[in-house]
Design a protein around this ligand. Structure first.
Ligand SMILES: Cc1cc2nc3c(=O)[nH]c(=O)nc-3n(C[C@H](O)[C@H](O)[C@H](O)COP(=O)(O)OP(=O)(O)OC[C@H]3O[C@@H](n4cnc5c(N)ncnc54)[C@H](O)[C@@H]3O)c2cc1C
Length: 409
Protein backbone atom coordinates (compact mmCIF):
# COMPACT_ATOMS: atom_id res chain seq x y z
CA UNK A 1 0.00 0.00 0.00
CA UNK A 2 1.16 3.53 -0.82
CA UNK A 3 0.89 6.59 1.37
CA UNK A 4 -0.11 8.52 -1.76
CA UNK A 5 -0.90 7.29 -5.27
CA UNK A 6 -0.40 10.00 -7.92
CA UNK A 7 -2.23 9.46 -11.20
CA UNK A 8 -0.75 11.17 -14.29
CA UNK A 9 2.81 12.07 -15.25
CA UNK A 10 2.39 15.53 -16.78
CA UNK A 11 4.02 18.53 -15.06
CA UNK A 12 1.44 18.40 -12.25
CA UNK A 13 1.73 14.68 -11.48
CA UNK A 14 5.50 14.48 -11.69
CA UNK A 15 6.14 17.65 -9.68
CA UNK A 16 3.78 16.60 -6.91
CA UNK A 17 5.13 13.03 -6.78
CA UNK A 18 8.61 14.54 -6.40
CA UNK A 19 7.44 16.92 -3.65
CA UNK A 20 5.65 14.09 -1.80
CA UNK A 21 8.77 11.90 -2.12
CA UNK A 22 10.81 14.74 -0.59
CA UNK A 23 8.47 14.58 2.39
CA UNK A 24 9.59 10.97 2.95
CA UNK A 25 6.26 9.44 1.90
CA UNK A 26 5.86 6.12 0.08
CA UNK A 27 4.48 7.31 -3.26
CA UNK A 28 3.09 5.37 -6.20
CA UNK A 29 2.78 6.82 -9.69
CA UNK A 30 0.45 5.59 -12.42
CA UNK A 31 0.38 6.83 -16.02
CA UNK A 32 0.02 5.26 -19.48
CA UNK A 33 3.60 6.20 -20.42
CA UNK A 34 6.56 6.55 -18.02
CA UNK A 35 7.29 9.82 -16.22
CA UNK A 36 10.31 10.41 -18.47
CA UNK A 37 8.07 10.73 -21.56
CA UNK A 38 8.81 14.18 -23.04
CA UNK A 39 6.18 16.88 -22.57
CA UNK A 40 4.99 18.23 -25.91
CA UNK A 41 3.96 21.78 -25.04
CA UNK A 42 6.05 24.95 -25.00
CA UNK A 43 5.71 26.43 -21.51
CA UNK A 44 6.19 30.16 -20.95
CA UNK A 45 6.50 31.87 -17.56
CA UNK A 46 7.36 35.30 -16.15
CA UNK A 47 10.95 35.28 -14.93
CA UNK A 48 10.13 36.89 -11.56
CA UNK A 49 7.87 33.92 -10.75
CA UNK A 50 10.93 31.64 -11.01
CA UNK A 51 13.18 34.19 -9.25
CA UNK A 52 10.87 34.19 -6.23
CA UNK A 53 11.31 30.40 -6.02
CA UNK A 54 15.05 30.38 -6.78
CA UNK A 55 14.42 28.34 -9.94
CA UNK A 56 15.80 30.54 -12.75
CA UNK A 57 18.20 27.74 -13.71
CA UNK A 58 15.17 26.15 -15.38
CA UNK A 59 14.89 28.84 -18.05
CA UNK A 60 15.85 27.95 -21.61
CA UNK A 61 15.23 31.47 -22.94
CA UNK A 62 14.83 34.89 -21.37
CA UNK A 63 13.59 38.07 -22.99
CA UNK A 64 14.04 41.59 -21.67
CA UNK A 65 12.31 43.19 -24.63
CA UNK A 66 8.68 42.14 -24.08
CA UNK A 67 5.81 44.02 -25.66
CA UNK A 68 2.07 44.06 -26.26
CA UNK A 69 0.78 45.54 -29.52
CA UNK A 70 -2.71 47.00 -29.58
CA UNK A 71 -4.16 49.09 -32.40
CA UNK A 72 -1.95 52.16 -32.95
CA UNK A 73 0.20 51.48 -29.88
CA UNK A 74 3.07 49.32 -28.66
CA UNK A 75 3.30 48.88 -24.91
CA UNK A 76 6.69 47.89 -23.45
CA UNK A 77 6.14 45.54 -20.51
CA UNK A 78 9.29 46.17 -18.39
CA UNK A 79 9.10 42.61 -17.08
CA UNK A 80 11.24 39.68 -18.23
CA UNK A 81 9.57 36.66 -19.77
CA UNK A 82 11.03 33.20 -20.27
CA UNK A 83 10.53 29.74 -21.63
CA UNK A 84 10.88 26.84 -19.27
CA UNK A 85 13.72 24.43 -19.98
CA UNK A 86 11.17 21.67 -19.72
CA UNK A 87 13.67 18.82 -20.27
CA UNK A 88 15.84 20.06 -17.38
CA UNK A 89 12.86 20.63 -15.10
CA UNK A 90 11.50 17.17 -15.85
CA UNK A 91 14.97 15.66 -15.26
CA UNK A 92 15.19 17.55 -11.94
CA UNK A 93 11.87 16.09 -10.72
CA UNK A 94 12.78 12.62 -12.04
CA UNK A 95 16.03 12.74 -10.06
CA UNK A 96 14.05 13.63 -6.91
CA UNK A 97 11.65 10.78 -7.62
CA UNK A 98 14.52 8.33 -8.07
CA UNK A 99 16.19 9.27 -4.80
CA UNK A 100 13.02 8.89 -2.73
CA UNK A 101 10.42 6.20 -2.18
CA UNK A 102 8.48 6.80 -5.40
CA UNK A 103 7.54 3.82 -7.56
CA UNK A 104 6.04 4.43 -10.98
CA UNK A 105 4.08 1.89 -12.97
CA UNK A 106 2.40 1.95 -16.38
CA UNK A 107 -1.39 1.96 -16.55
CA UNK A 108 -4.53 4.06 -16.47
CA UNK A 109 -6.85 4.77 -13.57
CA UNK A 110 -10.40 3.64 -14.31
CA UNK A 111 -12.24 4.01 -11.02
CA UNK A 112 -11.80 4.72 -7.35
CA UNK A 113 -13.53 3.15 -4.33
CA UNK A 114 -13.26 3.79 -0.64
CA UNK A 115 -12.26 0.60 1.16
CA UNK A 116 -12.36 1.18 4.92
CA UNK A 117 -10.08 4.14 5.61
CA UNK A 118 -8.23 3.75 2.31
CA UNK A 119 -8.73 4.51 -1.38
CA UNK A 120 -8.56 1.78 -3.98
CA UNK A 121 -7.87 2.56 -7.63
CA UNK A 122 -8.78 0.01 -10.27
CA UNK A 123 -6.56 0.27 -13.34
CA UNK A 124 -7.49 -0.31 -16.98
CA UNK A 125 -6.23 -3.87 -16.80
CA UNK A 126 -8.12 -4.65 -13.60
CA UNK A 127 -5.26 -4.28 -11.12
CA UNK A 128 -6.20 -2.82 -7.73
CA UNK A 129 -3.91 -0.31 -6.01
CA UNK A 130 -4.47 0.72 -2.41
CA UNK A 131 -3.36 4.09 -0.99
CA UNK A 132 -4.03 6.28 2.01
CA UNK A 133 -4.68 9.14 -0.44
CA UNK A 134 -5.08 9.33 -4.20
CA UNK A 135 -4.12 12.44 -6.19
CA UNK A 136 -5.62 12.82 -9.64
CA UNK A 137 -3.29 14.83 -11.91
CA UNK A 138 -4.67 13.58 -15.22
CA UNK A 139 -5.27 16.96 -16.83
CA UNK A 140 -8.44 18.81 -17.77
CA UNK A 141 -10.37 15.62 -18.55
CA UNK A 142 -9.59 13.95 -15.25
CA UNK A 143 -9.95 10.23 -14.68
CA UNK A 144 -11.42 10.40 -11.17
CA UNK A 145 -12.21 13.97 -10.08
CA UNK A 146 -15.90 14.95 -9.92
CA UNK A 147 -17.20 18.45 -10.72
CA UNK A 148 -20.46 19.94 -11.95
CA UNK A 149 -20.59 20.14 -15.72
CA UNK A 150 -20.27 23.50 -17.50
CA UNK A 151 -22.16 23.44 -20.81
CA UNK A 152 -20.47 26.74 -21.76
CA UNK A 153 -16.84 25.77 -21.40
CA UNK A 154 -14.59 28.42 -22.95
CA UNK A 155 -11.42 27.13 -24.55
CA UNK A 156 -8.06 28.71 -25.18
CA UNK A 157 -7.02 27.55 -28.64
CA UNK A 158 -3.84 28.29 -30.54
CA UNK A 159 -2.00 27.23 -33.66
CA UNK A 160 1.75 27.84 -33.59
CA UNK A 161 4.82 27.25 -35.69
CA UNK A 162 8.43 27.05 -34.59
CA UNK A 163 10.62 27.58 -37.64
CA UNK A 164 12.50 29.91 -39.94
CA UNK A 165 10.91 32.66 -41.95
CA UNK A 166 11.79 34.71 -45.04
CA UNK A 167 12.39 37.65 -42.68
CA UNK A 168 11.95 38.12 -38.92
CA UNK A 169 8.21 37.92 -38.11
CA UNK A 170 8.81 40.10 -35.03
CA UNK A 171 11.70 42.31 -33.95
CA UNK A 172 14.83 40.25 -33.26
CA UNK A 173 15.41 39.40 -29.55
CA UNK A 174 11.82 40.29 -28.76
CA UNK A 175 8.92 38.49 -27.09
CA UNK A 176 5.42 39.58 -28.11
CA UNK A 177 2.96 38.60 -25.42
CA UNK A 178 -0.03 39.74 -27.46
CA UNK A 179 -0.42 41.42 -30.81
CA UNK A 180 -4.09 42.28 -31.12
CA UNK A 181 -3.68 44.43 -34.24
CA UNK A 182 -6.12 43.26 -36.86
CA UNK A 183 -5.57 45.54 -39.85
CA UNK A 184 -4.74 42.43 -41.91
CA UNK A 185 -8.37 41.29 -41.56
CA UNK A 186 -11.32 42.46 -43.64
CA UNK A 187 -14.05 44.43 -41.79
CA UNK A 188 -16.23 41.30 -41.88
CA UNK A 189 -13.42 39.19 -40.40
CA UNK A 190 -12.84 41.79 -37.70
CA UNK A 191 -16.32 41.00 -36.44
CA UNK A 192 -15.40 37.38 -35.82
CA UNK A 193 -13.99 36.39 -32.41
CA UNK A 194 -10.69 38.28 -31.94
CA UNK A 195 -7.38 36.41 -31.91
CA UNK A 196 -3.86 37.61 -31.20
CA UNK A 197 -0.29 36.71 -32.04
CA UNK A 198 2.00 35.31 -29.32
CA UNK A 199 5.56 35.22 -30.64
CA UNK A 200 9.20 35.05 -29.65
CA UNK A 201 12.68 35.05 -31.11
CA UNK A 202 14.28 31.73 -30.15
CA UNK A 203 17.70 32.70 -31.53
CA UNK A 204 19.66 31.35 -34.49
CA UNK A 205 17.00 32.89 -36.78
CA UNK A 206 14.33 30.57 -35.38
CA UNK A 207 11.04 32.10 -34.22
CA UNK A 208 7.90 30.81 -32.52
CA UNK A 209 4.69 32.42 -33.81
CA UNK A 210 1.29 31.37 -32.51
CA UNK A 211 -2.19 32.69 -33.35
CA UNK A 212 -4.23 32.44 -30.17
CA UNK A 213 -7.84 32.70 -29.17
CA UNK A 214 -7.70 33.74 -25.51
CA UNK A 215 -11.02 32.08 -24.65
CA UNK A 216 -14.11 31.25 -26.62
CA UNK A 217 -17.14 29.01 -26.47
CA UNK A 218 -17.16 26.98 -28.62
CA UNK A 219 -13.42 26.69 -29.24
CA UNK A 220 -12.08 28.33 -32.38
CA UNK A 221 -10.99 25.70 -34.89
CA UNK A 222 -7.33 25.03 -35.71
CA UNK A 223 -8.15 25.74 -39.39
CA UNK A 224 -9.30 29.28 -38.58
CA UNK A 225 -6.30 29.91 -36.35
CA UNK A 226 -3.88 28.56 -38.95
CA UNK A 227 -5.49 30.68 -41.66
CA UNK A 228 -5.32 33.77 -39.43
CA UNK A 229 -1.66 33.14 -38.65
CA UNK A 230 -0.76 32.91 -42.32
CA UNK A 231 -2.90 35.98 -43.13
CA UNK A 232 -1.06 37.95 -40.45
CA UNK A 233 2.37 36.82 -41.65
CA UNK A 234 1.51 37.47 -45.33
CA UNK A 235 0.30 40.95 -44.46
CA UNK A 236 3.79 41.74 -43.12
CA UNK A 237 5.44 40.13 -46.16
CA UNK A 238 6.70 37.17 -44.09
CA UNK A 239 6.78 33.67 -45.57
CA UNK A 240 7.35 30.44 -43.67
CA UNK A 241 10.64 28.97 -44.85
CA UNK A 242 11.06 25.93 -42.55
CA UNK A 243 8.72 24.33 -40.01
CA UNK A 244 10.46 22.63 -37.08
CA UNK A 245 7.41 22.02 -34.90
CA UNK A 246 3.68 22.75 -35.00
CA UNK A 247 1.92 23.38 -31.67
CA UNK A 248 -1.83 22.96 -31.43
CA UNK A 249 -3.15 24.11 -28.13
CA UNK A 250 -6.63 23.53 -26.73
CA UNK A 251 -7.67 23.61 -23.09
CA UNK A 252 -10.60 24.96 -21.05
CA UNK A 253 -10.23 28.24 -19.19
CA UNK A 254 -13.30 28.04 -16.98
CA UNK A 255 -13.38 24.43 -15.93
CA UNK A 256 -15.67 24.46 -12.88
CA UNK A 257 -14.01 24.01 -9.53
CA UNK A 258 -13.95 20.41 -8.39
CA UNK A 259 -16.24 19.14 -5.65
CA UNK A 260 -13.99 19.96 -2.68
CA UNK A 261 -15.59 17.32 -0.46
CA UNK A 262 -14.60 14.29 -2.55
CA UNK A 263 -12.14 11.80 -1.02
CA UNK A 264 -9.67 12.05 -3.91
CA UNK A 265 -7.72 15.28 -4.38
CA UNK A 266 -6.73 16.86 -7.70
CA UNK A 267 -3.65 18.76 -8.79
CA UNK A 268 -2.87 20.78 -11.92
CA UNK A 269 -5.48 21.16 -14.65
CA UNK A 270 -7.54 18.41 -13.00
CA UNK A 271 -7.96 20.73 -10.00
CA UNK A 272 -8.88 23.80 -12.13
CA UNK A 273 -5.54 25.45 -11.41
CA UNK A 274 -5.26 27.05 -14.87
CA UNK A 275 -5.63 30.83 -14.39
CA UNK A 276 -9.08 31.56 -15.87
CA UNK A 277 -8.13 34.93 -17.30
CA UNK A 278 -4.73 34.07 -18.78
CA UNK A 279 -4.43 30.29 -19.26
CA UNK A 280 -1.15 30.09 -17.33
CA UNK A 281 -0.59 27.41 -14.70
CA UNK A 282 3.09 26.64 -14.30
CA UNK A 283 3.83 29.29 -11.66
CA UNK A 284 0.89 28.01 -9.61
CA UNK A 285 2.18 24.44 -9.87
CA UNK A 286 5.61 25.44 -8.66
CA UNK A 287 4.27 27.54 -5.77
CA UNK A 288 1.43 25.33 -4.61
CA UNK A 289 2.91 21.83 -5.06
CA UNK A 290 5.31 21.90 -2.09
CA UNK A 291 2.61 23.48 0.13
CA UNK A 292 0.16 20.75 -0.81
CA UNK A 293 2.76 18.00 -0.31
CA UNK A 294 3.54 19.33 3.16
CA UNK A 295 -0.13 19.50 4.15
CA UNK A 296 -0.65 15.91 2.97
CA UNK A 297 2.46 14.66 4.79
CA UNK A 298 1.41 16.35 8.04
CA UNK A 299 -2.06 14.88 7.98
CA UNK A 300 -0.73 11.40 7.15
CA UNK A 301 1.28 11.58 10.41
CA UNK A 302 -1.99 10.64 12.11
CA UNK A 303 -2.08 6.85 11.68
CA UNK A 304 -5.85 6.50 11.98
CA UNK A 305 -6.76 9.23 9.47
CA UNK A 306 -9.02 8.23 6.55
CA UNK A 307 -8.56 9.09 2.85
CA UNK A 308 -11.56 11.40 3.05
CA UNK A 309 -10.05 13.29 5.99
CA UNK A 310 -6.65 13.70 4.28
CA UNK A 311 -8.37 14.80 1.08
CA UNK A 312 -10.30 17.45 3.01
CA UNK A 313 -7.05 18.88 4.40
CA UNK A 314 -5.46 18.71 0.95
CA UNK A 315 -8.34 20.50 -0.79
CA UNK A 316 -8.19 23.20 1.89
CA UNK A 317 -4.45 23.67 1.25
CA UNK A 318 -5.07 23.92 -2.48
CA UNK A 319 -8.23 26.01 -2.46
CA UNK A 320 -8.44 28.03 0.77
CA UNK A 321 -11.37 30.47 0.92
CA UNK A 322 -9.21 33.50 0.04
CA UNK A 323 -8.03 31.81 -3.17
CA UNK A 324 -11.55 30.71 -4.06
CA UNK A 325 -12.73 34.29 -3.79
CA UNK A 326 -10.04 35.52 -6.15
CA UNK A 327 -10.83 32.67 -8.53
CA UNK A 328 -14.40 33.95 -8.89
CA UNK A 329 -13.05 37.42 -9.67
CA UNK A 330 -10.81 35.98 -12.40
CA UNK A 331 -13.81 34.11 -13.80
CA UNK A 332 -15.69 37.41 -13.84
CA UNK A 333 -12.72 38.94 -15.68
CA UNK A 334 -12.84 36.13 -18.22
CA UNK A 335 -16.54 36.72 -18.89
CA UNK A 336 -15.73 40.38 -19.57
CA UNK A 337 -12.96 39.50 -21.98
CA UNK A 338 -15.22 37.12 -23.90
CA UNK A 339 -17.98 39.72 -24.19
CA UNK A 340 -15.69 42.42 -25.66
CA UNK A 341 -15.52 43.05 -29.38
CA UNK A 342 -12.19 43.61 -31.04
CA UNK A 343 -12.12 47.37 -30.41
CA UNK A 344 -13.01 46.98 -26.74
CA UNK A 345 -10.43 44.21 -26.30
CA UNK A 346 -7.70 46.42 -27.75
CA UNK A 347 -8.70 49.27 -25.46
CA UNK A 348 -9.03 46.95 -22.46
CA UNK A 349 -5.48 45.59 -22.85
CA UNK A 350 -4.15 49.09 -23.50
CA UNK A 351 -5.51 50.09 -20.07
CA UNK A 352 -4.54 46.79 -18.39
CA UNK A 353 -0.87 46.89 -19.38
CA UNK A 354 -0.61 50.55 -18.36
CA UNK A 355 -1.48 49.68 -14.77
CA UNK A 356 1.44 49.61 -12.33
CA UNK A 357 3.55 46.54 -13.26
CA UNK A 358 2.96 45.03 -9.80
CA UNK A 359 -0.79 45.23 -10.39
CA UNK A 360 -1.03 43.59 -13.80
CA UNK A 361 1.76 41.16 -12.93
CA UNK A 362 0.06 40.26 -9.64
CA UNK A 363 -3.24 39.74 -11.45
CA UNK A 364 -1.66 37.37 -13.97
CA UNK A 365 0.38 35.45 -11.41
CA UNK A 366 -2.40 35.36 -8.79
CA UNK A 367 0.03 37.03 -6.41
CA UNK A 368 -2.24 39.79 -5.03
CA UNK A 369 -4.40 39.60 -1.93
CA UNK A 370 -8.15 39.99 -2.51
CA UNK A 371 -8.15 43.70 -1.46
CA UNK A 372 -5.12 44.37 -3.71
CA UNK A 373 -6.84 42.59 -6.58
CA UNK A 374 -9.99 44.65 -6.14
CA UNK A 375 -7.88 47.81 -5.98
CA UNK A 376 -6.13 46.85 -9.24
CA UNK A 377 -9.47 46.15 -10.92
CA UNK A 378 -10.85 49.50 -9.79
CA UNK A 379 -7.69 51.17 -11.12
CA UNK A 380 -8.31 49.49 -14.44
CA UNK A 381 -11.92 50.68 -14.49
CA UNK A 382 -10.88 54.26 -13.87
CA UNK A 383 -8.28 54.13 -16.68
CA UNK A 384 -10.43 52.34 -19.23
CA UNK A 385 -12.22 54.01 -22.13
CA UNK A 386 -15.96 54.57 -21.84
CA UNK A 387 -16.94 51.67 -24.11
CA UNK A 388 -14.81 49.30 -21.98
CA UNK A 389 -16.35 50.67 -18.79
CA UNK A 390 -19.78 50.18 -20.24
CA UNK A 391 -18.88 46.58 -21.13
CA UNK A 392 -17.64 46.00 -17.59
CA UNK A 393 -20.86 47.39 -16.11
CA UNK A 394 -22.96 45.22 -18.41
CA UNK A 395 -21.01 42.20 -17.14
CA UNK A 396 -21.84 43.15 -13.57
CA UNK A 397 -25.49 42.77 -14.57
CA UNK A 398 -25.04 39.50 -16.48
CA UNK A 399 -22.35 37.82 -14.34
CA UNK A 400 -22.88 39.53 -10.99
CA UNK A 401 -23.27 36.10 -9.37
CA UNK A 402 -19.51 35.55 -9.77
CA UNK A 403 -18.80 38.87 -8.08
CA UNK A 404 -21.22 38.03 -5.32
CA UNK A 405 -19.42 34.75 -4.66
CA UNK A 406 -16.13 36.63 -4.36
CA UNK A 407 -17.53 38.75 -1.60
CA UNK A 408 -19.89 36.44 0.25
CA UNK A 409 -18.16 33.06 0.18
C1 LIG B 1 -0.33 23.54 -25.97
C2 LIG B 1 -0.42 24.09 -24.56
C3 LIG B 1 0.45 25.12 -24.19
C4 LIG B 1 0.40 25.60 -22.88
N1 LIG B 1 1.27 26.60 -22.57
C5 LIG B 1 1.35 27.01 -21.29
C6 LIG B 1 2.32 27.98 -20.92
O1 LIG B 1 3.05 28.51 -21.77
N2 LIG B 1 2.42 28.34 -19.61
C7 LIG B 1 1.60 27.79 -18.67
O2 LIG B 1 1.76 28.13 -17.48
N3 LIG B 1 0.64 26.92 -18.99
C8 LIG B 1 0.48 26.50 -20.28
N4 LIG B 1 -0.48 25.58 -20.61
C9 LIG B 1 -1.48 25.19 -19.58
C10 LIG B 1 -1.00 24.05 -18.63
O3 LIG B 1 0.18 24.45 -17.97
C11 LIG B 1 -0.77 22.73 -19.39
O4 LIG B 1 -2.00 22.27 -19.92
C12 LIG B 1 -0.15 21.61 -18.52
O5 LIG B 1 0.37 20.62 -19.38
C13 LIG B 1 -1.15 20.92 -17.59
O6 LIG B 1 -0.44 19.97 -16.82
P1 LIG B 1 -1.11 18.74 -16.10
O7 LIG B 1 0.00 17.90 -15.59
O8 LIG B 1 -2.18 19.21 -15.18
O9 LIG B 1 -1.89 17.93 -17.26
P2 LIG B 1 -1.30 17.21 -18.55
O10 LIG B 1 -0.07 17.86 -19.02
O11 LIG B 1 -2.47 17.11 -19.48
O12 LIG B 1 -0.91 15.73 -18.06
C14 LIG B 1 -1.87 14.74 -17.76
C15 LIG B 1 -1.18 13.40 -17.48
O13 LIG B 1 -2.17 12.44 -17.05
C16 LIG B 1 -2.03 11.23 -17.81
N5 LIG B 1 -3.35 10.58 -17.83
C17 LIG B 1 -4.47 10.98 -18.48
N6 LIG B 1 -5.50 10.12 -18.22
C18 LIG B 1 -5.00 9.18 -17.37
C19 LIG B 1 -5.57 8.05 -16.71
N7 LIG B 1 -6.85 7.69 -16.86
N8 LIG B 1 -4.78 7.29 -15.90
C20 LIG B 1 -3.47 7.62 -15.73
N9 LIG B 1 -2.88 8.70 -16.31
C21 LIG B 1 -3.64 9.47 -17.12
C22 LIG B 1 -1.51 11.70 -19.15
O14 LIG B 1 -0.92 10.64 -19.87
C23 LIG B 1 -0.50 12.77 -18.70
O15 LIG B 1 0.68 12.13 -18.25
C24 LIG B 1 -0.50 25.08 -21.91
C25 LIG B 1 -1.37 24.07 -22.31
C26 LIG B 1 -1.35 23.59 -23.62
C27 LIG B 1 -2.34 22.48 -24.01
Amino acid sequence: MFDVLVIGAGPAGLSLAAALGQQGLAVGGLSPAGPATPWQNTYGIWVDELEDLGLTQFLSHRWKDCVVHVRHKTLPLCRDYGLLAKEQLQAHWLAQVETSQVKWQPGTADRIDQVGSYSQVTTGNGEQLLARLVVDATGHRPALIRRSPNPHLAFQAAYGIIGRFSKPPIAPEQMVLMDYRDDHLSPAEQHHPPTFLYAMDLGDEVYFVEETSLAHHPALSMEILKQRLYQRLNHSGVEVAEIHHVEQCLFPMNLPLPDLSQPVVGFGSAASMVHPASGYMFGALLRRGPVLAQAIAQSLDTASITSAEVAEVAWQALWPKARLRKHYLYLFGLENLMAFDSTQLNRFFEAFFQLETDDWAGFLADALSLPELIQAMLGLFSRASNDVRWGLMRSVASHGALLQRSFTL
